[in-house]
Design a protein around this ligand. Sequence first.
Ligand code: ATP
Ligand code: MG
Ligand code: MG
Ligand code: MG
Length: 439
Amino acid sequence: MRLSRYFLPVLKETPSEAQIVSHRLMLRAGMIKQASAGIYSWLPLGFKVLRNIERIVHGEQARAGHIPMLMPTLQSADLWRESGRYDAYGPEMLRIRDRQDRDMLYGPTNEEMITDIFRSHVGSYKDLPLTLYHIQWKFRDEMRPRFGVMRGREFLMKDGYNFDLTKADALHAYNRHLVSYLRTYERMGLQAIPMRADSGPIGGDDTHEFLVLAETGESEVFYDAEITELKFGDREIDYDSVEQCQAVLEEFTSRYARTDETHDAEMFAKIPEDRQRVARGIEVGQIFYFGTKYSEAMGATVSDGEGNKVPVHMGSHGIGVSRLVGAIIEASHDDKGIIWPEGVTPFHCGIVNLKQGDAEADAACDALYSSLTALGLDPLYDDRNERAGGKFATMDLIGLPWRITVGPRGLKNGVVELTSRRTGESEEMPPEEAVQRIS
Ligand code: ATP
Ligand code: MG
Ligand code: MG
Ligand code: MG
C-alpha cells in the first residue's frame, strides 16, 4: 500500500478522552473512531489488525478440530425465555422490539441459539463430539464503557460451544480449548495466563479466564511467579489425545493463579513469599464447562445407544477479539507508539523515501516494494512529500516491526537502512539483503 493512497488519519494531539495508553495510541494511529459510547468504527489500519487476530483464531480453532459457522447478531427473546436468562441477564442486554411487537435482543452471547440449532439437527450420540464456533459482534450495554475497544458495548467475540455425551468428553473439550487458546495468544505475541475464575451469568463450575498482565487491567490477580515462565511454544499436540490435553491443563493450572473473585488468601500465603505476586490483568478469554444447564432447560438430548435420551454436556469458550487489539498494545508499546508483534502487524514493514521525487530514490523504493509484495509480504510505502522527521514519527506511531529507509546518500553506496521497531537498532545493507531479512 502506498501511504499517499491510503486512509490513515493519524492525530497529532493526544486525545484527552483516552485514559489508557492503548486507547490513546489507537486513536492517534487512526485505527478507530468512536461512533457513540462504547461503539467504534474500525478504520483501515485497525481493521487490518482485527482481521489478523481473527485469522489466528480461525487457524488455531481449525487445528483443534472446531467448526466455524455464523449466527446472527439479533436474537429472538423466546429462546432466552426458555433458558430463563431473558429476565436474569438484566440491563446489560439490549432489548429491541420489532414492528410486529416481537421481543428481540442484540446477542450478548449465544448459548441459547446454538443449543436451539443443536436440538433441531442432532439426535444421536453418533454425531458427537461436536464443537461449533463463530466470530460475531456482541452487544452488552456495559455500565461504564471505557478504555476504547477494551470495554466496548459492541465488541467482536469468538465464541465456541462443545456438545458431548459425557462429562468426561466435555472436560476433554474444555482441555482442548485451553490448549488451543494458549497457542492462539502466543501466536499474537502475548502471554495470557489461565486463572481460576468465577462463571458469572454463563453459569457452571469449571472455568478459567485468560489474563494478560497489565497495570491498566480491570481485574486484580494473584499468582505464583513461576507461572509466568511457562510457554506452550511450538510443541506438537494431538488434540484427540485425552492424556496430552489433560497434561497441558495440569501443567498450566497447577500453580496458584486466581482472579479476585476466587482468590483464597490462605492458599496464596503458602506460596514462597518471593514468588507471590499481586497484579492487574486484562481478561482476553474465558472457557467454561457448565454440563447440562442449557441442554436440560432447552431439551437438547441425544439417544445414548442404549435406548435412553440424555441431555448433552456442554461448555462455552470465548475470546475477546476486539479487546485483544487493545490488550496487545498495552503489552507492547513505548513512548513513541505501538510495537506490533509480527503475527498481528497491519503491514510487515514500512518503506520511507527520504527524498520523494528523486528519480533514484523513487526507483529504489518501487523496486523494494515489488520485491516485498512478490514474496507475499505487505509493505506500507510512505511516498508522501513530507519531511523525514514526520515520516519516521508516523512509522514509529503505527508500530510496524521493520522500517526500510531509502535516501540518495545511501543509494550512492548501494545501501538502504533497516531499522527494527522493537530494538530501535539500524543497519545499512543492500536492498536485497533488507528484503531477505524481513521475509
Ligand atoms: P468482563 O469481565 O471483562 O466484563 P466477561 O467475563 O463479562 O468480561 P465473557 O462473557 O467471558 O466476558 O466473554 C468472553 C470474552 O469477551 C471476555 O474474556 C473478554 O475478552 C471479551 N469481552 C467481554 N466483554 C467485553 C466488552 N464489553 N468489550 C470488549 N470485550 C469484551
Ligand atoms: Mg462482563
Ligand atoms: Mg469477566
Ligand atoms: Mg469472562
